[in-house]
Write a protein that binds this ligand. Structure first.
Ligand code: GAP
Length: 468
């Protein structure tokens, strides 16, 4: 699919009309954090640990603050989030290509981008309990002890600095990237020359970024090591606003399509004093987290700031020459920038539910099947040897289609609950009749309804459900 038509859209700064309507509708029934159980985060953090989504890092050494490891289920789900993004931003379009740039980067990049000079947060100390805080997040009072006896804010630099090679000298200074975006700007010419793309076109990247956050918090919401999904969309200079609106709308749609309810999602335009040093307009996609509305993604109009800065610092001409018109120009850039790890957490929160089945409480994740760690669980009714060959045959049929779990332990009811709790949308049960009639039962996670169908129809059935 190419970029859809956008020329009929209004050109004012801010949220496009259809999205303004969408957010207004959401606002009428706008959720407040109080709608969720008080201990929702605790329940989710427990589930993540207990079922192998997310573990505290270096736990056997007492943990390493604000750093997390993704377990067998978490790594599946995080990959699904990133794949869903890549599919919609790269695979399904002909105007966006991908790259994977180095994490370790020389200081010239960050001098040019302005990060070395400006990428700081205001740090204050509480004189009473000696905790440290980001001044812009605490309204003048220490959240730990309530004291308002705080030091004056001072600029704290967020980039991780290291040295490349055996000698620690100025010329060997290197940084872990604090955003993936600069990889796209410094490769602008490489991509232009090798793909023969012309504006409007985008360069996308998914990967780790690092920030020495003063107050990492709320589980994987704000961590020092995290993953981003970013795209820099290069456009003719006069078309910045049009594409800013287009991408704002596209990105809202992505979250809704993957199951975030409309009343938990909103757009918020940045005030002028909030804008990053490179942006003239930014809209945040916000999600209603248990602690309140907070950012999932920022869509920024970065103008020609970065390409000009890198051209000046490197001496390379970072321009586009339009052979049709004979015009040479520095493209402007619209950047949708999302956090993969933060977004995964939002999907988990939105999907978390508890209900009652046959008089028994159950916990379930109502995840979109594209995001679930497993799409199918194959469950022999019992451990009896007679069921294993057919169960394995069913597993082998389904594995090329999607990620499958195979579970023979405990009662079938317990195993359904276990799959519900990790969001597996369908369980395929092989019973003793199956051996005779080559039919199996497919159970739906959300409704718990079951249908019986021939094994020969299973691939078509599951493919249909996956593509729905
Ligand atoms: N290139 C622009 C940029 O990096 P940002 O608003 O600083 O913009 C974009 O970051 C997204 O990256 C955020 O909306 C958030 O989802 C994610 N992100 C930023 N800092 C993070 C952190 N410390 N932990 C987890 N995710 C983070």
């Amino acid at each position: 699919m190419g970029a859809p038509e956008v020329s009929g859209w209004p050109t004012r700064i801010g949220v496009p009309d259809n999205l303004a309507r969408m957010t207004a509708e959401a606002a009428m029934s706008e959720r407040e954090p109080g709608d969720a159980p008080d201990d929702l985060m605790e329940r989710i953090v427990n589930l993540c640990k207990r079922r192998g989504f997310i573990f505290p890092s270096a736990e056997i050494y007492g943990g390493f603050r604000s750093t997390y490891d993704y377990g067998p289920l978490g790594v599946n789900m995080l990959r699904n989030v990133k794949d869903a993004w890549w599919r919609s931003m790269v695979q399904m379009r002909d105007d966006v290509v991908g790259i994977d740039a180095a994490i370790l980067s020389p200081s010239q990049i960050w001098e040019a981008s302005g990060h070395l000079a400006t990428f700081t947060d205001p740090l204050v100390d509480c004189r009473n309990c000696h905790e440290r805080w980001r001044a812009d997040k605490i309204a003048g009072t220490c959240p730990n002890c309530g004291s308002s006896d705080l030091t004056e804010p001072r600029a704290f630099h967020l980039m991780f600095k290291t040295h490349a090679g055996p000698v620690e000298e100025d010329s060997s200074v290197a940084y872990l990237r604090p955003e993936t975006a600069q990889g796209m700007f410094v490769n602008f010419l490489n991509v232009l020359q090798t793909t023969r793309k012309k504006p409007p076109f985008g360069i996308a990247q998914v990967g780790k970024s690092f920030r020495n956050e003063i107050t990492p918090q709320n589980f994987v919401f704000r961590t020092r090591e995290f993953e981003q999904m970013e795209m820099e969309y290069f456009v003719p200079p006069t078309e910045g606003q049009k594409w800013f609106e287009y991408w704002t709308s596209e990105r809202m749609r992505w979250y809704l399509d993957l199951g975030i309810p409309a009343d938990r999602l909103r757009l918020r335009n940045h005030d002028l004093d909030e804008l990053s040093h490179y942006s003239v307009a930014t809209a945040d996609v916000e999600f209603c987290f248990p602690w309140g509305w907070d950012e999932l993604e920022g869509i920024a109009n970065r103008t020609d700031y970065d390409l000009r800065a890198h051209a000046e610092r490197s001496g390379e001409k970072l321009e586009y020459f339009d052979q049709a018109t004979g015009q040479r120009y520095v493209p402007h850039v619209i950047e949708p920038s999302a956090g993969a790890t933060r977004t995964m957490m939002a999907f988990l929160i939105a999907a978390y539910d508890e209900d009652e089945v046959s008089g028994e409480r159950r916990t379930l994740l109502r995840l979109d099947p594209r995001l679930s760690p497993y799409q199918v669980a194959v469950l022999p009714l019992s451990k009896n040897d007679a069921l294993e060959p057919l169960s394995r045959e069913v597993l082998d049929l389904l594995r090329p289609l999607c990620v499958c779990d195979y579970d023979v332990t405990q009662s079938i009811g317990r195993r359904y609950r276990r799959q519900d709790e990790v969001g597996t949308p369908w369980c395929v049960t092989v019973d003793f009749d199956s051996v005779e009639d080559r039919a199996v039962t497919v159970r739906d996670r959300d409704t718990t309804t079951q249908i019986r169908l021939p094994i020969g129809d299973l691939v078509t059935e599951i493919t249909g459900r996956l593509c729905r």
